[in-house]
Design a protein. Structure first.
Lengths: 163, 436
């Protein structure tokens, strides 16, 4: 079984725990994917256009940004590998939701494991907004089953009943 | 063409209005992603070809506004040469070091650094140079990027009326309506500090969860690594210190600020050449030459509209809407400018409003001052409402969203629409309270 775990820089431990407790280790091929989000680049480009400049920052700045992104991605993948030793590391660049789906198809994943939201998210762990836009997109478009990891929230239940 | 043939005044007025409207609409929509400068220059060119403005009039308006053109040039050159010294990278590294590993303090320091850079080197430097530096820094520190990226975007505009030099828009308005430094500070310093405070508080509230963590100070880049040449770095700091002092003295004595900016840039360029840190060609690559075409085109178009007395009538309409009261003038001025900057870019909006304010020249001093201060305030802070540029961009982002593509530009919009109206109201009321 080929399991693709989606790292976001905050969830390595959760993914590691989920894979080791829920899936049988001897039949697994685990892949760790981390996507360098291209969204901030688009934001910076829009900002530059507003100030009537060429959308791309100067080459030296772009290189600095790229180096920081690559160093950070490397670190996140290494961190993921500490919780899931022997996993294949996959680094992508683009819009995370699209890249994850694309990567799952190309890597022929049998299962995608991802968290409902970043661990730093301020949204409550239950309720209609508890699934972030990346997880929502992956749930809607994944070419294989998806295992969604969310924090234990049983203390928030039962909901009060409307009489 | 119409210089040769006699054309009724009404036809002339209709044609000029049509061309001006099409130019503004073109800037707003930017068909085929055309550069704004080309659209503005096309509008001006059409007016000249049709003889709706004489070449002499067009030339006169450009020569009269030399201070604005030179200020843009000096401001962009100053920022480019300071960047070549590694000053912005050094300042950002220091801001991170002083945060002592706290994400919250780093956000606060980003706001304070952005305010300082906007105040002395204008909002362009914060938005265009500081933003990618902060992005690189927080990516290395593995902190959530968006709050810091948004902080740079917002503070660039929020802190852009601390001094007349903090935003080129201020120079456009002040070139026509000369406010002495003390009047400027009396009317706009307190509102500026208030809205900066509101901006910071709102961000701390909105991103309180994401800012809970700490960062590992070991990941910080060394501040000294960002200094490319010690001698040139020290020289840059000294020159910028002198420029800051000279700006204040020049504003107080009504000396052209463009000459200070150009002199500072000239001194930095000499230093950069001496220490071989930049060349004239390198510096010129960092200057957006299209801006000059854009402003020149806009000045000519608005000058032609002025001849039709439409801008004066627009000023009269603004005066009527204000009810002739100082509170009305501040509210109408602020709202008009803020909405206008989101429909078209804030540069053309400032040019149009400055021209329209000739129509309120003969009103009571408090009303006139109210309109001038509100125009500066609204044009400077207004872009934060949509931040992504204009309502046209927002609509485009909404379309993308409907195609199931999540765009962080919409997050900007959400924060802007949540925070900016509050800042506009508080700032406008404070300006009104400070009016004589």
């Amino acid at each position: 079984m080929r399991v693709l775990c989606c790292l976001d820089g905050t969830n390595a431990e959760q993914l590691g725990k989920a894979v080791s407790t829920m899936l049988r280790g001897d039949t697994l091929t685990v892949g760790l994917v981390y996507v360098i989000d291209s969204g901030p680049h688009a934001d910076i480009e829009r900002q530059r256009e507003r100030f009537l400049r060429h959308p791309l920052p100067p080459p030296q700045r772009r290189e600095q940004m790229k180096q920081a992104e690559e160093a950070s991605a490397q670190e996140i993948l290494e961190e993921g590998a500490r919780f899931l030793p022997g996993a294949e590391r996959l680094r992508r660049e683009g819009r995370p939701e699209r890249e994850i789906v694309q990567c799952a198809a190309e890597w022929t994943a049998d299962l995608i494991v991802l968290c409902s939201r970043s661990m730093l998210s301020q949204v409550p762990s239950l309720g209609p907004k508890s699934v972030g836009h990346v997880a929502r997109f992956v749930l809607d478009h994944a070419p294989c089953p998806v295992l969604l990891i969310r924090p234990l929230s049983s203390e928030q239940l039962p909901h009060s009943r409307i009489v | 063409m119409f210089l040769i043939f006699h054309v009724p005044a009404l036809t002339k007025t209709i044609l000029i209005s049509l061309i001006a409207l099409l130019t503004l609409l073109g800037i707003m929509v930017r068909p085929w992603k055309l550069n704004e400068a080309i659209i503005a220059l096309a509008g001006a060119g059409l007016l000249l070809i049709l003889g709706l403005i004489t070449p002499l009039d067009a030339m006169t308006v450009l020569i009269n506004d030399w201070n604005i053109f030179f200020f843009f040039l000096g401001m962009m050159a100053l920022s480019a040469l300071a960047e070549a010294a590694g000053l912005f990278d050094w300042l950002a590294a220091q801001a991170a070091r002083l945060a002592g590993g706290s994400s919250r303090r780093l956000l606060l320091n980003t706001f304070l650094l952005g305010s300082l850079i906007s105040m002395v080197l204008s909002n362009d430097a914060t938005a265009l140079i500081l933003t990618p530096i902060v992005y690189t820094l927080v990516t290395r520190l593995r902190l959530p990027v968006l709050p810091f990226l948004f902080a740079c975007t917002f503070i660039a505009d929020t802190a852009s009326f601390l001094l007349p030099v903090s935003n080129p828009i201020n120079i456009i308005v002040l070139s026509t309506f000369r406010l002495d430094l003390w009047t400027f500070l009396r009317l706009l310093l307190l509102p500026s500090l208030l809205v900066i405070g509101i901006n910071i508080a709102a961000f701390f509230l909105l991103y309180r969860q994401q800012l809970k963590g700490r960062f590992d100070a070991k990941r910080l880049p060394s501040a000294t690594d960002s200094i490319k040449h010690k001698g040139y770095f020290r020289y840059t700091c000294t020159v910028l210190g002198l420029v800051a002092i000279a700006y204040v003295i020049a504003s107080a004595t009504q000396f052209p600020l463009s000459l200070v900016a150009l002199a500072g840039a000239g001194l930095l360029l000499v230093g950069a050449l001496w220490w071989k840190q930049s060349t004239l060609l390198d510096t010129s690559r960092h200057i957006s030459w299209a801006i000059f075409g854009f402003i020149a085109g806009m000045f000519i178009v608005v000058r032609a509209v002025e001849d039709t007395h439409l801008t004066t009538q627009f000023g009269q309409v603004l005066l009527q809407l204000s009810g002739g009261s100082s509170l009305g003038s501040v509210i109408v001025g602020t709202l008009g400018a803020a909405l206008g900057t989101n429909l078209i870019n804030n540069v053309p909006m400032a040019v149009v409003l400055t021209s329209a304010l000739h129509g309120v020249q003969h009103s009571a001093p408090s009303v006139r001052l109210g309109f001038i201060a509100a125009t500066i305030f609204g044009c400077d802070l207004g872009p934060n409402l949509t931040t992504v540029g204009s309502l046209a961009t927002v609509l485009w982002l909404l379309i993308l969203r409907r195609r199931n593509l999540d765009v962080s530009g919409l997050d900007y919009f959400k924060v802007g629409i949540l925070v900016t109206p509050f800042m506009l109201v508080i700032g406008a009321v404070t300006i009104w309270l400070l009016l004589p």
